[in-house]
Design a protein around this ligand. Structure first.
Ligand code: ZN
Ligand code: FE
Length: 256
């Protein structure tokens, strides 16, 4: 099986567009569809034809181009069963634990409620790829619009269980502000400090901070590190549950 090819670009102001392409069959998926024009430009630049849209959740900045792209390419839209009613053009709805096939590559559906009640992530175990959209960001996580901190913590724990060498694409280039916040929660983490400095440079040069890996996030993303003794003592929450520590970190970020 040939390796999948990826193309990453910016849509709207800070949404990532990602195309996933199987060179053998020509199948090409857009992970979410934030904006038609940059997706068309990326397809054109690569010489790819869109066959699928994989929708992670119902927010407008993730489904805006669903219908236009479907009309243009007759692309199949696969999205979360729990939000099917609010996903424009959806053809196939999928649930937690379901597996479907993208050009011979298995795709596992991981439900990660919290940002929205039905948010899903797409995990390709053979390709070691995760599309986390607005659940997990580089050094951050999605805002809790439709879920409690407990729910989101459970969702993030599902992603934490994936292999460290999983490559993670995510929904927004929010990494610079995430990094500036992260160092206030985990100030003694040397790897985080180094990473934060690199991010300042990357963003200053106009580069993207995606993708990341599960391993790197585990070591540096404070939202995944609620169990860390240093973070707990920094927050004065030594005896609290992981979910409670996560909730405190999320609250601080909301007010950062
Ligand atoms: Zn969203
Ligand atoms: Fe979003």
């Amino acid at each position: 099986m040939a390796a999948l090819e990826l193309d990453l670009f910016l849509c709207r102001t800070d949404n990532f567009g990602v195309l996933l392409h199987d060179p053998q069959s020509g199948a090409t998926a857009s992970i979410d569809a934030p904006e038609e024009k940059p997706i068309l430009e990326a397809l054109e630049r690569r010489g790819w034809t869109l066959t699928h849209i994989l929708t992670t959740h119902h927010h407008g900045d993730h489904v805006a181009a669903n219908v236009a792209l479907k009309e243009r390419f007759d692309a199949i839209i696969i999205g979360p069963a729990a939000e099917a009613a609010s996903i424009p053009g959806i053809d196939q709805s999928v649930r937690h634990g379901e597996r479907f096939d993208f050009a011979g590559h298995p795709v596992n559906v991981i439900e990660t409620p919290g940002h929205t009640a039905g948010h899903i992530c797409f995990y390709l175990p053979q390709d070691k790829l995760l599309f986390a959209a607005d659940t997990l960001f580089a050094l951050g996580c999605g805002r809790l619009f439709e879920g409690t901190p407990e729910t989101m913590w459970q969702s993030l724990s599902r992603l934490l269980a994936l292999p460290d060498d999983t490559t993670v694409y995510f929904g927004h280039e929010y990494t610079l502000s995430n990094a500036r916040f992260a160092v206030t929660i985990d100030p003694d983490n040397a790897e985080l400090k180094t990473r934060a400095a690199e991010i300042e440079e990357t963003r200053c040069d106009g580069g993207f901070t995606a993708p990341t890996t599960i391993g790197l996030e585990k070591r540096t993303n404070p939202f995944l590190r609620a169990a860390d003794p240093k973070i707990r003592s920094h927050l004065g929450m030594e005896g609290a549950s992981d979910a409670a520590v996560f909730a405190e970190i999320r609250k601080r970020k909301d007010n950062f």
